[in-house]
Ligand binder design. Structure first.
Ligand code: COA
Length: 333
């Protein structure tokens, strides 16, 4: 038995923030942002929290699968921007979407959160511990960005995606393999200083702007290029796949140059790489499910397609998943 995706949906808030917006108050330019990152615009959620990004995607996912909210047994939310420390955002989504029979939890692995959550959910299904799991990934990154820091403010956006996992008896479909990695030494390069148990919020931490993302972009970039490319090549090798066997690379959307390096290492041509960083920036745990939902709804995913999902993020955390798509392309598209 394997765990397969039986529905997917995503949600992006309506407010579009173009690169030129940042030119008004930061020493930056549309040209710099586009050429160094690939980003042209992103979305910022004006009101509400991460649950308000995830809940509409959950409702749409259920609608597409023709299920009632009560039919879900587990909801997992990958995020680094929970609505609050507790209760979990999973509990809030459970309430807002009416998932009365579901238990669930949040999972924190930054940009690799979605891969960690997908693997966890698949193994729960394979072990017979759950039938229908909503695997959600989303972040309201705008809530933890320093508007005065040009090295981080322009990179991220808000958004969420969801996939429903269910068992399939066809072992050639669904989640086939996963390589998940972590190196805690990377914690020195991408982090938030205060607000946790080690350094709780005080007037001083707020005054010192310690509740924002801090990143050594160059170090993260170097590790991301190596980590994401290696793990993606490794999952191909150990499954005896060549570039011809792969339908799509679905990479975490942090920087177009990291994506290109990964595709090159895998020997994949550009037309097999899904890229939407230009429209949404880096939505952290949201990037991979948003990409997959967009691909599916545009009719470019077909039953049996091999997808390699790859990510790199804070921790450091990184990994790669081999997924065989189990749904036919939607009829109307
Ligand atoms: N506008 C204009 N200049 C900027 C800028 C901005 N928004 N942000 C940084 N710069 C400047 C830097 O201050 C630096 O100036 P200096 O040389 O005077 O110090 C210069 O541009 C070059 O900085 P550098 O860090 O070498 O640029 P880069 O080409 O590496 O690109 C990142 C910077 C952040 C885009 C890139 O390092 C990156 O994508 N890192 C990984 C990010 C990531 O993946 N994060 C999340 C993990 S999921």
């Amino acid at each position: 038995m394997k765990a397969a995706v039986t529905a997917t949906a995503h949600y992006l808030p309506p407010d579009v923030i173009s690169n030129s917006y940042f030119e008004r108050f930061l020493d930056t330019s549309d040209e710099w942002i586009r050429t160094r990152t690939g980003i042209s615009e992103r979305r910022f959620l004006k009101q509400g929290g991460t649950s308000d990004l995830i809940t509409p995607a959950v409702k749409e996912c259920l609608r597409e699968r023709g299920l009632a909210p009560e039919d879900i047994d587990v909801v997992i939310v990958a995020t680094v921007t929970p609505d609050q420390f507790f209760p979990s955002t999973a509990a809030t989504v459970q309430r807002k979407a009416g998932l009365k029979n579901a238990w669930g939890f949040d999972l924190s692995a930054a940009c690799s959160g979605y891969l960690y959550a997908l693997f966890t959910a698949a193994k729960m299904i394979e072990a017979g511990g759950a039938k229908r799991i909503l695997v959600c990934g989303g972040d309201k990154m705008s809530s933890i960005l320093n508007p005065e820091d040009r090295t981080t403010y322009v990179l991220f956006g808000d958004g969420a995606g969801v996939m429903l996992l269910e068992a399939t008896e066809d072992d050639s479909l669904g989640l086939q393999d996963a390589i998940l990695c972590m190196d805690g030494a990377g914690g020195d390069y991408l982090y938030m200083t205060a607000g946790g148990s080690q350094k709780p919020a005080t007037a001083e931490t707020v005054a010192n702007k310690e509740h924002y993302v801090i990143q050594d972009g160059k170090s993260v970039f170097k590790s991301a290029v190596i980590g994401m490319a290696e793990v993606s090549a490794q999952i191909m090798e150990r499954n005896n796949l060549t570039a011809d066997d792969i339908a799509w690379l679905v990479p975490h959307q942090a920087n177009l140059r990291i994506i290109d390096a990964t595709a090159n290492r895998m020997g994949l041509s550009k037309d097999k790489v899904i890229v939407n960083i230009d429209k949404y920036g880096n939505t952290t745990a949201g990037t991979i499910p948003i990409c997959i939902s967009e691909l599916y709804h545009s009719g470019r995913l077909h039953k049996g397609d091999a997808l390699v999902l790859s990510s790199f993020g804070a921790g450091f955390t990184w990994g790669s998943i081999l997924l065989r798509w189990a749904l036919d392309a939607p009829k109307s598209e």
